[in-house]
Design a protein around this ligand. Structure first.
Ligand SMILES: Cc1cc2nc3c(=O)[nH]c(=O)nc-3n(C[C@H](O)[C@H](O)[C@H](O)COP(=O)(O)OP(=O)(O)OC[C@H]3O[C@@H](n4cnc5c(N)ncnc54)[C@H](O)[C@@H]3O)c2cc1C
Ligand code: FES
Length: 1304
């Protein structure tokens, strides 16, 4: 047995003798080898940011492996970029860049996976199922990846007719043709070719690691470390989770990856033998070969289509899945239905026993296996009977990619022909097995029993539904919630199975039931107007300034920065109760952790423990009462990050619960718990109009919140110095000046002693506008107390639980309109859930009220808003800032009127559209109003009218699949409604060699701001663009900065950059005389220097004609409006709620774009984020009345496995984005327009298209009344509004109201 590891990283040999078994590979790469290209995104294998080739998590598991990281492929410094890195960079596939190294590695893995051939486009569409990106909307990543596809010629390619159209196909082809030479592979080290695995024993400080290489050796080890003294581990995908969250205590891990006896995988005539150590990836590739030979192989393969992710399937074993006994395992129902038998070996007596899988699961994660037993293999009997036999599997998850089933099911039936003449079949045997319907995988034994002997008819299946509902019961206390939906799914799946069998028996063909949608290859098209000829850089699609740094992993984020020699690491101690007095804090156990340095709390704050962006109502550390779960009670500071996390978990807090806890908007209304007074906007006479109106409708809509899910979690490093009391702070924030000022306040120092730096941020979306402040302040207190640098980096779950979300809203409306559908008056009340402190909630509410009218004229209007105070973490800014909630309500009103008048909603939209010169409800006159033109052009280019007709035809012909199509315009005001924020500065230094350093007040967080600023500077200075650099944004170079927010940063900073550059250019121009007009930039600068010309300038800009919004006078104004429209078509499986975005056409007015492809990136990325908001992302917390299975105030959806953002297979199959031509905007730099936020709102069209699809099904069911659909339109909500026998049976009695799990 050896006590060391031998492996290679990027071709370099590593013989590691001092390894700790608790180190995981990512930590080892980042901290020991300083390879920071691989990122920590979620820590749960659910986002792909850490993807490396060979990535078994514990570092001990890589013995004998060659680990290839993004750094191994190529680097900018060595100028040896890999094809994958070049294409992702050049095709705009990165924005913030945090996910990009993971994307590069997934792509590299795919293009090098086959020895002699390239992947197909379908392979590529599947290759990224474990990678998430929050910025790009995925389309450009897929574009870049498809340039490697071997079957790219199969695309229905028509070269773009006009030079203005840039299509995915064009790009794919032009790059694909560059792939003449084979794809570079990182060579496999020769030494490893002859590597013979040996047994390994590593003795770490806290536990031991064994890697036996034979079953005998494993049995001996199990004998030596009986019971829970040791734990078997294969892929570690479950064990790691248990170690991290369930505080698993085990002193010895035994890795079973090299036991040959567990690896067997064979098929004989009558059975399938799957070794417990077979990975899902290996199993899948075999099943593909065998799929036509047996129904089991087919059913298991179907279930694996959307099973976990490529990364997880590569390492996770089938044995690990079975022994983990997850109640929501997707494969166990298939194994159970197929009659799987498990083979177990006991280490004590080496006896082998067999057990039926159905008898193996005893309860939640509890199995019939003795401590010392080892699962050896799974036997699947293959059916030999002469009867007809059918087996099929089903799954419905929150998202298609990498998401465990809400319900998964497998059905098997054996049928015997009763009567040759009339094609009757008798049920001989049957198995209905489910995951997600109980605390374990279960089969419906009673139902099965009762069905045997009956004939296979509709009546029998109807009886089966009833029996199933009785036998498998779930209720409102069932963990996971969604009990009515789950009951519905159980029946829907059975109905699908029944229909499938009928179709196979050719008995009857049941319309579209089992024919699940086959996703075609996604593709896109972008139309870009020609740019002004005179401009060299501005208006051209320059790649993102950091694109190559993103794809090589060389882009540095806060957590990638090297630590100072005496750095300490902090981990927060968080309240686990809401509205509770802290009675006692016990740090005894924590302080015993090796490396513990200090516990920092409110008593350590030098000056002010209170902070807040607007109102100082938030504490840095809880002094007495923890308002919410997640409130920061203190920081544990240790010598290592691991020790800090460990110790923070050991701090014990005694609480005294205070009487009232308010979580939801409804609770807050009931208890009148608000921040401030009601605010109101009013125009016209609303009371009067309702007295005379021809029609009045009213309803209430709930809109859920949204997690920002920036890929880089919140992090900061605070470096104190005794030299003049200076403090340097490196932080991922959108708001440097406020960070600087609040830390100065907390520490009691002058602002000039605090310097804050941001190089780049790995996504922010509003979530780092204010919520980064308390964390930074806490770290600063610790750093000052201890006189050493302190780093604080939040884990994904902590970040999601404590840093706030988009505000949930309740919106009540009453609308008056005439027979035609023209609006007469609107009376609306809005409530938002602000959480426990005010943060930006007042502004969010105000902007929501301003955005309310969208593009429509309400002649009389009254909107009242209240900000609810609850015991949840403070909600905060999020892209759109109140706009998306208001927009959904406004468009819902239109849909409501249309349903009432039985007309097309688009007619109502057009009828009420603003005209040029109209006045908004806050008194702004509309100028340069392009929405009517946009709608006109989009109607034609999207073929909207014909496609509406086609949708109706489709719905007429299909019973259980319905389509919907919706066209929606958008208007989004750009400019801060607080006047003082509309200012910006820039600083330009030109050095003697002609190189330029540009600094401005905006933060680069993926939106391409620096790229645009560099283009403006190069255009005005008239130098080569590559002479200009932006290093960072910092408060010692730019002062008094407005936050980078509100889609204003290009406008404000662009003008300031122009101002600075113009000053320098004017000075330079004075040196140009007739005989040196062709002087080079470099020579000109030299000449200027010797002529003693100042080559530095500061620019400053204030947006003219802006004033403070004044709600008491119903007045506000924006600088201008970004406008656009979208047509979205969807297809819905009404039986499950699953759906696809068939086609999306967006036409956006961005003025004269500063950088068309960067703007298109914002449009596509924003749209997909909006798709998440309106259809998929759901926040669920315990609130004492609903979701009682979650502790009150705790967020259930706080990790990648419960909270799902859109992923690759959610992109529109056909995604067309056009920029409006001939649109001028004299109010912004180079006639451009801000674009960051408006596209989010466009995604509401998917919500309404889905609502239409539901409406079509409801009408088919005889339900023609208007129905309310709350947001998000999750698969659960969509299924449950498609009311039918299944949904009705799923509610315990006919009066039971459907209660979805989402919280507001
Ligand atoms: C991101 C992610 C996505 C996922 N998605 C899905 C999904 O869509 N559907 C789904 O059903 N599941 C899903 N899973 C669960 C996943 O399939 C299991 O975690 C995995 O199969 C466990 O295998 P492993 O080899 O990693 O087990 P490990 O984590 O190594 O071990 C798991 C448990 O099994 C025990 N064990 C392992 N092998 C043996 C053996 N031979 N004998 C005795 N005990 C043994 C271990 O001691 C441990 O208790 C997902 C997991 C993750 C992390
Ligand atoms: S570029 Fe993918 S997360 Fe930002």
């Amino acid at each position: 047995m050896v006590g060391h590891l031998l492996f290679y990283v990027n071709g370099k040999e590593i013989l590691e003798r001092n390894v700790e078994p608790e180190w995981n590979l990512l930590w080892y790469l980042r901290n020991k080898l300083r390879l920071t290209g691989s990122k920590l995104g979620c820590g749960e294998g659910g986002c792909g940011a850490c993807t490396v080739l060979i990535s078994r998590s514990p570092v001990c598991s890589v013995d004998g492996c060659h680990v290839v990281t993004v750094e191994g492929l190529g680097s900018t410094s060595k100028s040896n970029l890999h094809h994958t890195q070049i294409r992702l960079a050049q095709l705009f596939a990165s924005q913030c860049g945090f996910c990009t190294p993971g994307m590069v590695m997934s792509l590299y893995g795919t293009v090098t996976s086959k020895d002699n051939s390239l992947p197909t486009m379908e392979d590529i569409e599947e290759a990224f199922d474990g990678n998430l990106c929050r910025c790009t909307g995925y389309r450009p990543i897929l574009d870049a990846a498809k340039t490697f596809a071997c079957d790219i010629n199969k695309l229905d390619y028509q070269k773009s007719s006009s030079p203005r159209v840039s299509t995915t196909f064009d790009k794919c082809f032009s790059y694909a043709h560059q792939t003449t030479s084979p794809i570079n592979r990182v060579p496999f080290p020769d030494k490893l070719r002859d590597y013979i695995p040996q047994s390994i024993h590593i003795k770490g400080t806290s536990f031991e690691w064994y890697r036996p290489i034979s079953l005998n050796e494993l049995i001996q080890l199990r004998h030596s470390y009986p019971g829970n003294q040791s734990k078997l581990i294969f892929g570690n995908t479950r064990v790691e989770f248990e170690r991290k969250y369930n505080q698993m205590n085990c002193s010895c891990l035994i890795s079973i990856t090299h036991i040959r006896e567990l690896q067997e995988l064979k098929r004989t005539d009558d059975s399938l033998y799957i070794g417990a150590g077979v990975t899902f990836a290996r199993l899948k590739s075999k099943l593909i070969q065998w799929k036509n030979e047996d129904k089991f192989c087919r059913a298991l393969l179907d279930q694996m289509k959307h099973f976990a992710s490529t990364q997880i399937r590569n390492v996770a074993s089938i044995g690990g899945n079975i022994v983990s006994a997850s109640p929501i395992s997707d494969i166990n129902p298939v194994l159970e239905a197929a009659g799987a038998i498990l083979e177990l070996n006991c280490a004590d007596n080496e006896k082998v026993r067999q057990i039926q899988l159905c008898d193996f699961f005893l309860g939640n994660r509890h199995v019939s296996m003795a401590d010392n037993e080892i699962l050896i293999a799974i036997h699947i009997p293959l059916e030999k009977s002469s009867n007809k036999y059918f087996l099929r599997s089903y799954k419905q998850a929150r998202r298609r990619d990498d998401s465990k089933g809400i319900v998964s099911a497998a059905f098997k039936v054996e049928l015997e022909k009763l009567n040759l003449a009339d094609n009757q079949w008798k049920i001989v045997s049957v198995c209905f097995s489910f995951g997600g319907m109980a605390s374990k995988t279960i089969s419906a034994k009673n139902t099965q029993q009762q069905l045997i002997g009956l004939s296979w008819t509709k009546q029998t299946i109807n009886q089966a539904y009833e029996l199933l509902i009785k036998e498998i019961s779930l209720d409102e206390l069932s963990p996971g919630g969604q009990y009515q939906y789950r009951r519905t799914l159980m029946q829907s799946f059975l109905f699908k199975f029944y229909s499938y069998v009928c179709n196979e028996l050719r008995e009857s063909v049941i319309d579209s039931v089992d024919f699940s949608y086959h996703r075609g290859i996604s593709h896109g098209q972008q139309t870009i107007p020609e740019r002004p000829q005179a401009q060299k850089y501005v208006g051209s699609s320059l790649s993102h300034q950091s694109a190559y740094l993103h794809t090589t992993g060389e882009a540095i984020y806060v957590d990638d920065m090297p630590s100072y020699i005496n750095t300490l690491y902090a981990a927060p101690v968080l309240s686990t109760k809401a509205n509770a007095r802290i009675k006692h804090i016990d740090i005894d156990d924590a302080s015993k952790v090796v490396g513990f340095v200090s516990f920092v709390n409110y008593t350590d704050v030098p000056n002010s423990n209170k902070l807040g962006n607007i109102l100082p109502d938030e504490e840095v550390f809880v002094s007495s009462i923890a308002l919410c779960v997640g409130a920061i009670i203190g920081l544990v500071v240790c010598e290592s990050e691991h020790a800090a996390k460990l110790a923070a978990n050991l701090v014990k807090i005694d609480y005294e619960l205070l009487p009232l806890r308010i979580f939801s908007i409804e609770d807050a209304i009931e208890h009148q718990s608000y921040f401030g007074d009601e605010i109101c906007l009013q125009r016209g006479d609303v009371e009067k109009v309702f007295l005379d109106a021809e029609h009045v409708l009213e309803d209430t809509l709930f809109i859920g919140g949204q997690e920002h899910f920036y890929m880089e979690t919140q992090s900061c490093m605070v470096v104190p110095s005794n030299d003049d009391q200076e403090i340097n702070i490196y932080v991922g924030t959108q708001n440097l000046t406020t960070t600087q000022e609040l830390i100065a306040l907390v520490l009691g120092r002058d602002v000039n002693r605090i310097t804050c730096h941001v190089k780049r941020v790995g996504g922010a979306f509003g979530g780092k506008e204010t919520r980064s402040l308390p964390l930074c302040a806490a770290a600063a207190v610790a750093a000052v107390k201890l006189g050493r640098p302190v780093r604080l980096n939040l884990e994904r779950r902590v970040d999601m639980s404590i840093t706030g979300h988009r505000h949930p809203f309740k919106i009540k409306y009453k609308i008056a309109f005439n027979n035609e559908g023209r609006f007469l008056g609107l009376d609306m009340q809005m409530w938002s859930n602000a959480g426990c402190t005010l943060d930006a909630s007042q502004y969010v509410m105000e902007l929501s009220m301003l955005h309310m009218g969208n593009t429509y004229k309400f002649p009389n209007i009254r909107i009242r808003g209240r900000v609810c105070k609850t015991h949840l973490p403070s909600n905060t800014a999020f892209r759109g800032f109140g706009g998306p909630q208001a927009m959904l309500a406004c468009e819902t009103i239109i849909e409501h009127i249309a349903a009432y008048l039985k007309c097309d909603p688009f007619t109502i939209r057009c009828l009420n559209l603003f005209k040029e010169g109209d006045v908004t409800h806050y008194g702004q006159i509309l100028e340069l109003w392009n929405v009517p033109r946009i709608l006109d052009e989009l109607t034609k280019s999207s073929d909207f009218i014909q496609r509406q007709f086609n949708v109706r035809e489709f719905n007429r012909k299909n019973m259980y699949r319905k389509r919907g199509i919706s066209m929606i315009p958008v208007k989004f005001g750009i400019g801060f409604t607080a006047q003082f924020l509309n200012q910006a500065g820039a600083l330009v230094h030109v050095y003697k060699d002609g190189s330029v350093i540009l600094t401005h007040g905006g933060i680069e967080m993926g939106q391409g701001l620096h790229t645009k600023m560099i283009a403006i500077a190069a255009e005005i200075l008239a130098c080569d663009i590559d002479r200009i650099r932006i290093s960072e944004t910092a408060t010692d170079k730019s002062h008094n900065l407005s936050p980078t927010a509100g889609s204003t940063s290009s406008d404000l900073n662009g003008m300031a950059v122009r101002h600075a550059c113009e000053q320098i250019r004017q000075r330079l121009d004075t040196l140009i005389i007739d005989n040196n007009v062709h002087i080079s930039w470099e020579d000109l600068i030299k000449q200027a220097y010797f002529a003693r010309v100042d080559l530095c300038a500061r620019g400053f800009y204030i947006t003219p004609n802006m004033f403070d919004a004044d709600f008491t006078k119903n007045q506000a104004n924006y600088n201008y409006f970004t406008q656009g429209a979208v047509v979205t078509e969807v297809e819905l499986d009404v039986l499950t709620g699953d759906w696809h975005l068939l086609r999306v056409d967006i036409l956006m007015d961005v003025g004269t774009s500063l950088n068309p492809h960067i703007d298109i990136g914002q449009i596509e990325g924003g749209f997909m984020q909006g798709i998440g908001l309106y259809t998929m992302e759901e926040l669920i917390w315990g609130d004492e009345k609903l979701n009682k299975w979650i502790p009150p105030g705790e967020l259930f959806t706080c990790g990648v496995n419960t909270y799902k953002i859109p992923s690759f297979s959610d992109v529109p199959i056909d995604f067309r984005v056009s920029l409006l031509s001939d649109s001028l905007n004299p109010r912004a730099i180079y006639s451009s327009k801000g674009i960051g936020e408006p596209p989010v709102l466009l995604a509401a069209s998917a919500f309404f298209a889905l609502k239409q699809a539901c409406k079509a099904y409801r009408e088919q069911q005889g339900l023609s009344d208007y129905f309310t659909l709350h947001s998000p339109a999750t698969v659960e909500r969509l299924r449950m509004v498609c009311v039918d026998d299944f949904t009705q049976r799923a509610c315990a009695d006919e009066h039971e109201i459907f209660q979805p799990t989402g919280s507001y």
